[in-house]
Ligand binder design. Structure first.
Ligand code: BV8
Ligand code: ZN
Length: 248
C-alpha cells in the first residue's frame, strides 16, 4: 500500500462530513472467516444454490441448516480484527453522521463496537419462522438441528438468499445513507452482488457526488467509480489511515 495514497485518502477523510461504508466478506477475512467468492463458486464445499437459495432450502432444508449451524459456530468463535476496530472508531468519532452498511452476516461489526449497523443480508444469529414470520435473536444458544417455532412452524436462518428480497426497512435506510454522504468507503467487497453494490453508484450519482474510497486486496467491479483506493489487507490499510490522520 503506497504511502502517497494513504495521504490522499487521509485528506479526503479529514474533510468528510457524512460517511457511508459498505463492507463485504473481505473485512472479516483476517478474522479467519473465508470470503464468499475466493472459493471458486463453491462455498465451504457446497454449491451456492444448494445452501443459499430458496430452491436449495425446499430441496434439502437439513443440508441448509447444517451449513448455517457450522457458519454460526465459526463466526461465533473468531474475533473482530483491526479493520473492524477502525470502523467502530469512525462511528465513535462521527456519531450519527456515520452509517455502516454490511453484506456480512457474521456480526463482527457489532462485536467490534459499531452500534448503527445495517445488515442487508440478514444475520447468522437470527432465525425466522416460515409459518408466522417471527424473527428471533438466538445468539450462540444451542439450536435443534431443525429448529421449530412455538407456533409449530419450521424456522429458517434469517438470511437473504439469492433470488430473495432484501429487508425493505434496511434497504431504504441504506439507500438514504448512500444518498446523503459526501464520503463513501467500500471495504472488502467484490461488488458483484446486487442490489448491495448499487449503493456505490447511488453515492456517486448524487448532485454533489460522494468521494468513493476502496479498501481491497485487488481492483474490483467498483474500481471504475473509485476516487482513491488503498490496496492491501483492510486489517492493515484501515489502521494505517487512522494513524496518518492521528485519530488513533
Ligand atoms: C435479489 C447471504 C431479486 C448468504 C448473500 C445477474 C446479474 C446481476 C445480478 C444478478 C444476476 N443474477 C441474479 C442476480 C441477483 C443476485 C446477484 O446479485 N447475483 C450475483 C452473484 C450476480 N442478487 C440477489 O439474488 C439478491 N436478491 O436480487 O432479489 C428480487 C427483487 C425483488 C423481489 C424479489 C426478488 C440477494 C443477494 C443476497 C444474497 N445473499 N449472502 C450468506 O451470506 O449466507 S450474498 C453473499 O455475497 C454474501 O453476503 C457476501 O457478503 C456477498 C457479497 O460478496 P462479498 O462480500 O463481496 O464477498 P466476495 O468473496 O465476493 O469478495 C470478497 C472481497 O474481499 C474480494 O474483493 C477480495 O479481494 C476482498 N478481500 C479478501 N480479503 C481481504 C479483502 N479485502 C480487504 N482485506 C482483506 N484481507
Ligand atoms: Zn411461528
Amino acid at each position: 500500500m503506497n504511502p502517497e495514497s494513504v495521504k490522499t485518502v487521509a485528506d479526503i477523510l479529514r474533510s468528510a462530513n457524512r460517511i457511508c461504508v459498505l463492507t463485504g466478506a473481505g473485512v472479516s477475512a483476517e478474522s479467519g472467516i473465508p470470503t464468499f467468492r475466493a472459493s471458486d463458486g463453491l462455498w465451504e464445499n457446497h454449491a451456492i444454490e444448494d445452501v443459499a437459495s430458496p430452491q436449495g432450502w425446499q430441496r434439502n432444508p437439513q443440508l441448509v441448516w447444517d451449513f448455517y449451524h457450522a457458519r454460526r459456530a465459526k463466526a461465533g468463535s473468531v474475533l473482530p480484527n483491526p479493520g473492524h476496530a477502525v470502523l467502530a472508531q469512525l462511528e465513535q468519532r462521527f456519531g450519527d453522521r456515520f452509517t455502516l452498511v454490511t453484506q456480512n452476516v457474521d456480526g463482527l461489526h457489532q462485536r467490534a463496537g459499531n452500534r448503527n449497523v445495517i445488515e442487508l443480508h440478514g444475520s447468522l444469529y437470527q432465525t425466522r419462522c416460515t409459518e408466522c414470520g417471527l424473527v428471533r435473536d438466538r445468539g450462540l444458544e444451542a439450536l435443534d438441528p431443525m429448529p421449530h417455532c412455538a407456533c409449530g412452524g419450521v424456522e429458517r436462518p434469517n438470511i437473504v438468499w439469492f433470488g430473495e428480497m432484501l429487508p425493505p426497512a434496511n434497504w431504504s435506510r441504506a439507500t438514504k445513507a448512500a444518498n446523503s454522504c459526501d464520503v463513501f468507503l467500500i471495504v472488502g467487497t467484490s461488488a458483484v452482488v446486487y442490489p448491495a453494490a448499487s449503493l456505490i453508484q447511488t453515492a456517486k450519482m448524487q448532485k454533489r457526488p460522494a468521494r468513493i474510497i476502496e479498501f481491497n486486496l485487488t481492483e474490483t467491479d467498483a474500481t471504475p467509480y473509485v476516487d482513491a483506493g488503498l490496496y492491501g489487507p483492510s486489517g492493515e490499510s484501515l489502521p494505517a489511515l487512522i494513524h496518518e490522520l492521528q485519530w488513533d
